[in-house]
Design a protein around this ligand. Structure first.
Ligand code: GRF
Length: 199
C-alpha cells in the first residue's frame, strides 16, 4: 500500500509513521510527504528519512480553490492508496474528498465529536472534561466530522496546563494514527451508515 502524508508543521505524527515503518510495525510505503508550508519542520524529518517532499505553498495561490487544483494534481500523480492528514492544518475541499472518497484519514487531538477545529486541547481544559484524547477519522466534507475509525483517551489532571495535556494526547496520537493506517491497509475497515466497523 502506498500512502501520502500531508503535514503543515512540526511533523511528529509523520515521524511516528516513519519510525513505525522502519521498525516494521507498520507495513506500508510512505511515497511522499506533501506540505502547504515551506517552513514546516516536517520537511527536515522527511529529508532525514529519505522520503520525497512536495511543497505546495498555500500562500502562493490567490485562492484556496486554486491551491487545491495543484494539490489534487500532485495527489493524482502519486496515485496513493491512502492519504493521511497528520497535522495538516487546512480543510480538504470537496473535489479532493470526492476524488479520494473513503481514502483520506485525519488525526484530531480530541475525542470527537467534542472539540472540533483549532485548539482542541485548550477547549477540553476550558470545559473541565476529566477524560480527553484523540480521534482518527475518515475525512468528509465537514470539518473533523467524518466516520470515526478509532479513539484513544487520556486522563485530564487538575493541574494540567494546555502544554502538558497536549503532550499526553500527542503520545496517544502517535499510536492511534499508525494503528488506523494498518487497519485500513489490511482491508479491515468497513463503513456502513457513517459508522466504521473493524472486521
Ligand atoms: C497534532 O496534535 C494533530 O492532532 C493536530 O496538530 C498537531 C500536529 O502535530 N491536528 P505534529 O505536526 O504531528 O507534531
Amino acid at each position: 500500500m502506498r500512502i501520502v502524508v500531508l503535514v503543515s508543521g512540526r511533523g511528529s505524527n509523520f515521524q511516528a509513521i516513519v519510525d513505525n515503518v522502519a521498525a516494521k510495525n507498520l507495513s506500508v510505503t510512505c511515497t511522499q510527504m506533501i506540505t502547504d508550508n515551506p517552513n514546516a519542520y516536517a520537511i527536515h524529518r522527511a529529508h532525514n528519512a529519505g522520503i520525497p517532499v512536495t511543497v505546495i505553498d498555500y500562500h502562493a495561490f490567490p485562492s484556496r480553490k486554486e491551491y487545491e487544483v495543484d494539490l489534487l494534481l500532485a495527489l493524482d500523480e502519486l496515485q496513493p492508496d491512502l492519504i493521511v492528514l497528520a497535522g495538516y492544518m487546512r480543510i480538504i475541499g470537496k473535489e479532493i474528498v470526492l476524488a479520494y472518497k473513503e481514502r483520506i484519514i485525519n488525526i484530531h487531538p480530541s475525542l470527537l465529536p467534542s472539540f472540533p477545529g483549532l485548539h482542541a486541547q485548550a477547549q477540553a481544559l476550558a470545559h473541565g472534561v476529566k477524560v480527553a484524547g484523540c480521534t482518527v477519522h475518515f475525512v468528509d466534507e465537514e470539518m473533523d466530522a467524518g466516520p470515526i475509525i478509532l479513539q484513544r483517551c487520556v486522563r485530564v489532571c487538575d493541574d494540567d496546563t494546555v502544554e502538558v495535556l497536549e503532550e499526553r494526547i500527542l503520545a496517544e496520537e502517535h499510536i492511534a494514527l499508525s494503528h488506523a493506517i494498518q487497519l485500513f491497509c489490511d482491508g479491515k475497515l468497513k463503513i456502513c451508515d457513517r459508522r466504521v466497523f473493524i472486521l
